[in-house]
Ligand binder design. Structure first.
Ligand code: CP
Length: 306
């Protein structure tokens, strides 16, 4: 069965079978990345545009590598040097790009719903590479894949997302993805960084990190997004680190061998101590590696309709 939707805009409402299909397809492409020649002809003749309106290191490089490893023709669009600076709208920009026979568009944008809007004005397949504080579906899919690869399952695991939940698109996509796949999901952070009524999404809320760590299998640690906060939501970085920073000392309180994930970029020694980030607990670089294979799988499934 192909994916139900011809765009990947978010994980909210995505059926379990579709997530399963993406994760299973990723395994084949993960193997391609270990070959001496890491390239397959799967998307030969397809043209993909990467529209990034916000900064990115991992997602942008990962998509471009995935596209080139599938033999697609790739165009990178930079908002800074485009006609957007002359007042052109997103709709006009997208439609002008599309008439040049583009098959797929990958977009990161600061506005919530930007990729959904794009999918209503172009015929190309649209992939959301992060829309404001809403969703970052490919990040959550690579997180799911990395956990499944490491622990052999997702169902029944205790996954806790720690940090700035309110400003995080990764948090929301993780909640939808991990819950659909049968994990118990919790969030932990200062109450000022946790959206009101988040319990309605079926997640447990911890404000005490030691309580959150005690029975967790996985901690997905998020960056404090100072650039998205329009007022100070906690007293100081020093105090945040004291109450919510993940350190070796804190991890000793866990009842299990705990896995640490982080979508990056890391504020070392703020949300995560440098030694934990580089420790045997950490899957952070494995997440980045798997991100290329997950994006190859998504591009293949959407680009070929298989
Ligand atoms: N994880 C993630 O989205 O990182 P970038 O912002 O560097 O793409």
């Amino acid at each position: 069965m192909p994916l139900r939707n011809r765009h990947l805009l978010g994980l909210e409402g995505m059926p379990k079978e579709d997530i399963q299909l993406i994760l299973d397809t990723t395994t084949s492409f993960r193997e391609v990345l270990d070959r001496p020649i890491k390239k397959v002809p799967t998307l030969q003749g397809k043209t993909i545009v990467n529209l990034f309106f916000e900064p990115s290191t991992r997602t942008r490089i990962s998509f471009e590598l995935a596209e080139r490893r599938l033999s697609a023709d790739v165009v990178n669009f930079s908002a800074d040097v485009s006609s957007l600076r002359k007042g052109e709208t997103l709709k006009d920009t997208a439609r002008n790009i599309e008439v040049m026979k583009v098959d797929m568009v990958v977009m990161r944008h600061a506005a919530v719903g930007a990729s959904h809007f794009l999918s209503t004005v172009v015929n190309a397949n649209v992939i959301n590479a992060g829309d404001g504080t809403h969703e970052h579906p490919t990040q959550a899919l690579l997180d799911l894949y990395t956990i499944r690869e490491k622990l052999g399952k997702i169902e029944g695991l205790n996954v806790c997302i720690v940090g700035d939940i309110s400003h995080s698109r990764v948090a929301l996509s993780n909640i939808f993805g991990f819950k659909t796949m049968g994990a118990h999901v919790a969030v932990c952070g200062p109450r000022t960084l946790i959206p009101r009524e988040i319990e309605k999404l079926g997640v447990q809320v911890f404000c005490n990190l030691d309580d959150a760590i005690r029975d967790a299998d996985v901690l997905n640690v998020l960056r404090i997004q100072l650039e998205r906060q329009d007022r100070s939501l906690f007293p100081s970085i020093r105090e945040y680190r004291q109450y919510y920073g993940i350190t070796r000392e804190r991890l000793k309180k866990a009842n299990k061998q705990i896995i640490i994930m982080h979508p990056g970029p890391i504020n070392r020694d703020v949300e995560l101590s440098a030694d934990v980030a580089d420790s045997e607990h950490s899957l952070i670089l494995q997440q980045v590696l798997n991100g290329v294979a997950v994006r190859m799988a998504i591009l293949y499934l959407l680009g070929t309709g298989k």
